[in-house]
Every structure is written in C-alpha cells, then in structure tokens.
Design a protein. Structure first.
Length: 117
C-alpha cells in the first residue's frame, strides 16, 4: 500500500523517480525500492514524504482516517483533507476562499448524486 501511494502521488505531480529522489535527497534506486516495497522509508523520511505531498502519514501508510461517529464516506473525507492541504492548482496559488469554494461545489455534486439513490 505504501509503495503504491508514493508512486501514485509522484505521478500526480508528474514527477519521475529521479525527480522525487532529488527532492528527497535519496537515490533513484531508493525511490524504486519504496515503490515496489522492497524497502520502507524511516519515520523521519515518511514525515518528509507526507509534508512534500501534502498528505498525512496515515494516508501514505494506507490507514483509514475515519473517526468514530463520522458518517462521511472515507473517499469524501480523503478528498476534503486533500483540498484543505492543497496549496496550488495548475501552478497557481490557492487561497482559503478558493478551497472553500471547491469544497462547496464538490459537496453539492456529491449530495445531488446521492439524492437519486
């Protein structure tokens, strides 16, 4: 799960293994080993990866982030956190207001979609 998540996040940023290796100050072989789960990053490096990709370490590790009493589907919760942590879109800085507008739009879409069920 960890390896797939690192690979997915790297690809979302349109990065090569070499690009990520340079950003993390490790070898390209190390990135490849993480992505194929032949090796696991240490706790400090895991935190650096989470910060770099603007996700939680729980997300990287594939742990569910749903809390007791939380009725939102996990995918919505993850998307909510991704939007909260987004700093830019299309290379342009996002404001808090931008993030709130996006969340409101997606909530309306999700609510509308579920009304037909």
């Amino acid at each position: 799960m960890l390896g797939n998540n690192i690979k997915e996040l790297r690809k979302l940023k349109r990065m090569t293994q070499k690009d990520l290796a340079e950003a993390m100050k490790v070898s390209q072989q190390t990135i490849g080993a993480w992505e194929t789960e032949r090796a696991v990053p240490g706790a400090d490096t895991l935190n650096e990866l989470a910060d770099y990709f603007n996700v939680t370490t729980d997300y990287l590790l594939g742990r569910p982030e749903k809390k007791d009493g939380d009725t939102k589907p996990a995918a919505v919760d993850d998307l909510d956190k991704m939007i909260d942590n987004a700093r830019s879109f299309g290379g342009k800085q996002m404001t808090e207001n931008d993030r709130e507008i996006i969340k409101a739009y997606l909530k309306g879409f999700y609510d509308n979609k579920n009304q037909g069920k």
